[in-house]
Design a protein around this ligand. Structure first.
Ligand code: PFF
Length: 455
């Protein structure tokens, strides 16, 4: 908490912003969001998602960054301070574990994006005619244990290479180049998609709400997606906030991160749906949307190879800048709490994640029938466990610890430098103390009961 701290800091406000936006924009925005919207009534899902962001996402984003900057610690150390030495530090452990778990399957999908860049460059999608052909390519790819593990390894190595270089020279430096590139590619793809005949139907689907598809499951999916997409509930933003200089503004930065992340999700919908409808396909195919359907869409476009390669490059960049933050949470904990050097922490944690990710890499082939996890494969189990349970529960506990155990008065000065607007501060205080925890508690409890009943 000392002002003259020796903790490494971001080189600039822009550096922090780009890194935090890079963390939040990831596979969640480009891979998950469009297929969730596709399955759940298009615009109706988008509306519920936006409501989750306002009521829970933004307030918890502010809370995490406030906690990080206030304590200048990794999530375990930070929760130990604001939880006043009581058991609240376990919330920090839950966060570190979530980062670890997410990374085991995230890196596998990150590996797929690398594999698909190689495939599109080498023309594998040039002449595929239908979804069955694309599915065959995908199935053969993910079922092949050697390819799945090698690409998972390569993705993990790229992530570790950047995290080893530290905050300023690694994470900040790479995000500064990669994130603008990501938005540029996204814009190129949107322009291409919208220029195709029949694109407007896709636009209408994405923007027009179909409330008949909305049920309780949609609400928990939207809430889980809100946490996953904004990188909340596991201390990633506590960690990034802990490297933030006292000169910078917390409220403004939080708002910017949330706006950019939401924009990226909406823009990827804009890049995908018009193109999809233009070639006469439907968007209700679930997680396979990106890898099974888009290659067909691209193969039907002029210069399809170029656009397919650009798309998978986009996906790779988005995944990499998020993976960095997932690993950084684990590394920050080990360096802060155990005193290891950054290099040792990255090498050992990264290798452990790689090894625990192997069953996720094999979940589509050799281990596809290995389902001891409530009927799920290892991959699906890790995804559901973290998205629907660990992150929302983590978020709830973080809000309770800050709002009730530590008390907002002691951290309000973190916002003071930001705004003379007492109204916004008050609004945030009420939301983080009452509205967000209550909403989350109701959804989590209801979801638990619903799961028990619906199986
Ligand atoms: N926000 C990332 C995405 O949308 O893909 C995933 C993620 C990164 C989740 C970091 C949680 C996290 F701490």
């Amino acid at each position: 908490m000392s002002v003259a701290s020796t903790r490494e800091q971001w080189g600039s406000k822009l550096g922090f912003l780009l890194a935090a936006v890079g963390s939040s924009i990831g596979l969640g925005n480009i891979w998950k969001f469009p297929y969730l919207a596709g399955e759940n009534g298009g615009g109706a899902f988008v509306l519920i998602y936006l409501a989750c962001i306002l009521v829970v996402g933004l307030p918890i984003m502010i809370a995490e960054i406030v906690i990080g900057r206030h304590t200048e610690k990794d999530p375990v150390g930070a929760l130990r301070i604001i939880g006043a030495g009581s058991r609240w530090e376990y919330v920090g452990y839950l966060g570190v574990l979530s980062g670890f778990f997410i990374m085991t399957f995230y890196s596998v999908v990150g590996g797929w994006t690398l594999g698909y860049i190689v495939k599109s460059v080498s023309g594998a999608f040039d002449s595929i005619e239908d979804v069955a052909a694309a599915e065959l390519i995908f199935d053969n790819f993910v079922r092949n244990p050697v390819e799945a593990i090698v690409y998972h390894f390569l993705f993990m190595s790229a992530t570790m290479y950047i995290v080893i270089r530290g905050i300023k020279n690694g994470i900040e430096r790479y995000n500064k180049v990669l994130l603008p590139l990501l938005f540029f590619i996204l814009l190129v793809l949107i322009i291409k998609g919208l220029s195709l005949d029949g694109a407007l139907d896709g636009l209408a689907f994405f923007l027009k709400p179909d409330f008949s598809k909305i049920g309780f499951k949609t609400v928990i999916e939207a809430m889980g997606q809100c946490f996953f997409s904004l990188s909340l509930g596991m201390g990633a933003m506590i960690t990034y906030g802990s490297y933030l200089s006292r000169k910078e503004k917390v409220l403004g930065s939080s708002l910017q991160i949330v706006v950019f992340d939401t924009l990226a999700a909406l823009l990827s919908g804009l890049a995908i749906f018009p193109a999809l409808f233009a070639v006469g396909m439907t968007p209700d195919k679930g997680p396979g949307l990106t890898f099974n359907i888009l290659p067909v869409v691209f193969s039907k476009m002029s210069y399809g190879t170029v656009f397919a390669t650009l798309f998978f490059l986009l996906l790779f960049i988005a995944a990499l800048t998020s993976a960095i933050s997932l690993v950084e949470v684990v590394v920050a904990y080990i360096t802060d709490e155990k005193g290891w050097s950054r290099k040792k922490a990255v090498l050992i944690c990264g290798s452990a994640i790689f090894i625990l990710g192997i069953p996720a890499a094999l979940s589509f082939g050799v281990l596809s029938e290995f389902r001891p996890f409530f009927g799920n494969t290892y991959f699906d189990f890790m995804d559901k466990l973290t998205t629907f349970y660990m992150l929302p529960v983590g978020g709830l506990l973080i809000a309770l610890c800050l709002g009730w155990k530590y008390g907002l008065e002691k951290t309000m000065h973190e916002l003071d430098s930001d705004t003379k607007n007492a109204f916004i501060e008050k609004l945030w205080a009420i939301t983080i103390k009452y509205v967000s925890p209550l909403t989350l508690a109701v959804i989590i409890l209801y979801f638990g009961v619903y799961r028990l009943i619906a199986g």
